[in-house]
Design a protein around this ligand. Structure first.
Ligand SMILES: [Zn+2]
Length: 331
């Protein structure tokens, strides 16, 4: 698992691992979601901590350090990410995924870094992801650490949204533009994952396919269920469509609508479709009936709903409202 980098990252991996002392103490790995940035950072951490890295610079997977890391117990490694909220009774059931990295997490990191590393000459590695999840207080606390970096400490910072980061943080990092797969690399990799319809997934993921590993979801099967509903435009049956779209939760439902609408908009402007090229005929028919002014308002509404999607109390009702607006787009 710690050696799971993607084929399109191999050259960059070797470049960074061989940089040695020339490597900046804080690397900001940025790029769109779904291209494998976190896997790259994890492999880098493993390699830096490994006692006997392989010739290709990957961690050996067998030494004491690698064992500690795979058990989540390495004394010289810290991973910081939004934590789940615990229930008051201490049970782990129904925890809500937190959105933010909090200042207490960075304070704890600061205390930890004030201690010396476990190994006398060893590295310490700090992995923070996604960096944009830090609130302002946490960002400022991290900034202090980056300004006066502790000895022999490598910060690996992962971000999907560099534009959301404080400029002061950016100025303290070396920014690494993470490689995206070529179409050929992406398709080859998807085929090796034995997903159904690699070609379709390649398009639907917008060329960022690695999330198929994290999500327990057959995107193509689900698509076959929702697309007939959305294809009906103003004649769509909301009562039938709602539950199908909500199967994977509100966030995914909104994403489906956003991608579908973008392609309708592209069809309207005679541009190549991005996510559903196999639906060209349907999307062109919908585009011909589209009320463009309403589309813009609807897209803004979708963006607003997306921000609250995880906390929404009545998702069925919210989605019904959205689908009603969707029908009205087509006159
Ligand atoms: Zn090792």
């Amino acid at each position: 698992m710690i050696n799971n980098i993607y084929p399109w990252q191999e050259a960059l991996f070797s470049q960074w691992m061989h940089a040695g002392t020339a490597r900046h103490h804080a690397l900001l790995l940025h790029g769109k979601a779904g291209i494998g940035k976190l896997a790259f950072a994890q492999a880098m951490a493993a390699s830096l901590l490994c006692l006997q890295p392989q010739a290709n610079a990957m961690a050996c997977g067998e030494c004491g350090s690698c064992h500690w890391l795979s058990e989540g117990a390495h004394p010289d490694f810290r991973e910081i990410t939004p934590e789940d909220d615990d229930n008051a009774d201490g049970s782990k059931k129904k925890t809500r995924k937190r959105q933010q990295i909090l200042i207490d997490q960075i304070r704890a990191l600061n205390d930890y870094l004030a201690l010396t590393s476990h190994r006398v000459d060893g590295m310490r590695v700090v992995l923070i992801h996604p960096l944009e999840a830090m609130n302002v207080a946490a960002s400022n606390a991290l900034l202090k650490l980056l300004e006066e970096p502790p000895q022999r400490t490598q910060f690996l910072l992962v971000s999907h949204q560099r534009q959301a980061l404080l400029p002061t943080i950016l100025s303290r990092c070396m920014q690494v533009d993470m490689p995206v797969p070529t179409r050929e690399q992406g398709l080859q990799w998807l085929q090796a994952q034995s997903v159904t319809q690699p070609e379709w997934i390649w398009h639907y993921s917008g060329g960022a396919p690695t999330s198929v590993q994290q999500e327990d979801l057959d995107w193509y099967v689900w698509y076959q269920q929702w697309s007939p509903h959305l294809s009906r435009g103003s004649a769509m049956d909301i009562v039938a469509a709602g539950p199908v779209l909500l199967k994977q939760g509100m966030e995914h439902a909104i994403q489906v609508l956003q991608k579908w609408l973008l392609d309708i908009w592209l069809a309207r402007h005679a541009q190549p479709l991005r996510y559903h090229p196999s639906e060209a005929n349907t999307l062109q028919m919908l585009a011909a009936k589209l009320d463009v002014t309403r589309l813009l308002a609807f897209q803004q509404q979708l963006n607003r709903f997306k921000m609250t999607a995880q906390h929404s109390l009545n998702q069925e009702l919210q989605l019904e409202q959205l689908l009603l607006q969707y029908k009205k787009l087509f006159g």
